[in-house]
Design a protein around this ligand. Structure first.
Ligand code: ADP
Length: 193
């Protein structure tokens, strides 16, 4: 990888808007969107070994193993070594993933520029996820117990990742309630810092 990439992480609980704003950032800045959830769902569709292993975890709202997602990410970085940069959505989701990710980026002389952490009230999250599930047919978005479990796993395993990036002075928090365009105005002002 020759040039310095522009890499952002969009962080937050399930249903907090990571996918929505990733799309907008990618359009505006010409970056590549990497969603580990989308990548895993495409492995499931293709019925690969990796997909079959991930499926049972995802159906329960549990995480797939750190090594699986880390090697998926490394593969994509290497395939796109001329990219301007990436928007990571749903990764890293554990402190171990964040540490491994920093080591990997360092190996390629790259780094994370900024992490945006979205926050939304839990009741609102659940209703947004249920609405998304009705539209998309995604099984893990349609089962109340699975949604509650994903939010609980977020609090126990993912939320500590915030502290990890806060310590690196890379964390910005955005409350994602209100109009999408207004929230996006805040996001873009952070990204252009
Ligand atoms: P959401 O953000 O709404 O939970 P995603 O599409 O990002 O939706 O993730 C769906 C599921 O995929 C997660 O519940 C988890 O099982 C799995 N997954 C996605 N990203 C990761 C990751 N980085 N590490 C482990 N599991 C992941």
């Amino acid at each position: 990888m020759k040039s310095i990439m522009i890499n952002f992480i969009l962080f937050g609980p399930p249903g907090s808007g990571k996918g929505t704003y990733s799309k907008k950032i990618v359009e505006d800045l010409g970056l590549i969107h990497i969603s580990t959830g989308d990548l895993l769902r495409s492995e499931i569709e293709k019925k690969t070994d990796l997909g079959m292993q991930a499926k049972s975890k995802m159906e329960k709202g549990e995480f797939v193993p750190d090594e699986t997602v880390i090697s998926m990410i490394e593969g994509i970085l290497c395939e796109n070594d001329l990219a301007k940069g990436f928007v990571f959505d749903g990764f890293p989701r554990t402190v171990a993933q964040a540490q491994a990710f920093d080591t990997m980026l360092h190996k390629y002389n790259q780094s994370i520029r900024q992490v945006i952490a979205f926050e939304v009230e839990e009741e609102e999250l659940i209703s947004r996820i249920m609405a998304r599930g009705k539209e998309s047919g995604r099984a893990d978005d349609q089962n109340y117990d699975v949604i509650k479990n994903r939010i609980a796993v977020y609090h126990s395993k993912t939320e500590p990742v915030k502290e990890y990036y806060k310590a690196q002075k890379k964390l910005s928090v955005v409350i994602n309630e209100g109009k999408i365009d207004e929230v996006y105005a805040k996001v873009s002002s952070i990204l252009s810092v």
